[in-house]
Write a protein that binds this ligand. Structure first.
Ligand SMILES: [Zn+2]
Length: 319
């Protein structure tokens, strides 16, 4: 059941902004069967040019970003990467080839990822490629990821985010929030106080929380912080924009999924629970099957010994 008063308030707040230019341009991330997704990319206007939040993985997404910049007739002055996952950073190189002065604003977590998670996953991918069983399209995907990983100059921040606070980016005031040990070791979410819009990166993902590099406890702390802001609209890392009531529903769906993982309930029950709780976010995707992804997170990230489950949390980090 929807909470009508909250929805009505959101609509009123949104209409108060009517007449003002749209607060952002969303280039929706792709999510096609048989290949890795692109995260959402967002373009903000600023006095000193354009700000791009997340740059996608595939060329089609990079091309859309560059075309949108061209249509606006302004240079891309800054990239904000909400986190280092390659579906959010893969276009940094293309954008900086076209706009070499573009700053890269991100947390320093990418450094740890390059020597840890990305290094390990690259090794696995190289073995997979060597097996000779890889379809051509998938091979291109993997090689694209390798190219993004190798291009450290465009992956590492020129302007690291090491704490939360206000920043003037290309002449536009924004709040950058650093959530440590959440979906990754350092997630940056952006709050625009002027339009009351939050850009959450993968702290919110419409179809399923991506738990691959997550610290669950830190993630929920980050969601509490987002909730404590005055956002009216939240643009997630993947999926359509959300109202406050959508966000609350998504957060409780995530909590239920983790609680289910921690119970004795059969796996199918946890998967069915997520799909029911998150139905309004999953429905726009069509009939995409999420069971394998959710089953993987249950088997490999949640229903595992504490040392494994918490390996991306601060206390468990090797010194
Ligand atoms: Zn993503």
């Amino acid at each position: 059941m929807r909470l009508m008063p909250v929805v009505t308030m959101s609509l009123l707040a949104a209409s108060a902004l009517a007449g003002a230019p749209a607060p952002y341009l969303l280039i929706p991330g792709t999510f096609e069967e048989g290949r890795q997704p692109d995260g959402n990319s967002i373009i903000l206007d600023a006095p000193g040019g354009l700000i791009v939040i997340d740059t996608g993985r595939h060329k089609v997404q990079h091309d859309k970003i560059l075309a949108a910049a061209k249509a606006r007739g302004k240079p891309i002055a800054a990239i904000i990467n909400t986190h280092w996952h390659l579906d959010h950073t893969g276009g940094n190189q293309e954008i900086r080839t076209a706009y070499p002065k573009a700053r890269v604003i991100a947390s320093n977590a990418v450094a740890g990822a390059l020597s840890g998670f990305l290094k390990d996953s690259r090794k696995d991918a190289e073995e997979y490629l060597a097996s000779g069983e890889v379809a051509q399209a998938q091979k291109a995907e993997i090689l694209g990821d390798f190219a993004a990983m190798d291009d450290r100059a465009d992956l590492m921040p020129t302007d690291p985010v090491t704490a939360s606070g206000k920043r003037m980016i290309a002449g536009r005031p924004l709040e950058l929030h650093l959530a440590r040990f959440a979906a990754t070791e350092g997630d940056v979410w952006v709050y625009d106080p002027k339009t009351r819009t939050a850009y959450s990166g993968d702290l919110v993902v419409a179809f399923a929380p991506f738990l691959d590099t997550a610290c669950v406890d830190g993630w929920f702390k980050a969601l509490d912080q987002i909730e404590a802001s005055s956002f009216v609209t939240l643009v997630p890392g993947h999926g359509a924009a959300m109202s406050r009531s959508d966000f609350a529903q998504w957060k409780s769906a995530f909590r239920h999924f983790v609680d289910c993982a921690d119970s004795d309930a059969p796996e199918e029950q946890c998967i069915a629970g997520w799909k029911k709780d998150a139905a309004r976010f999953i429905a726009p995707l069509g009939k995409r099957n999420l069971d394998d992804l959710l089953g993987y997170y249950l088997d490999k990230r949640l229903r595992v010994p504490p040392a494994e489950r918490n390996k991306y949390c601060p206390a468990a980090r090797p010194s």
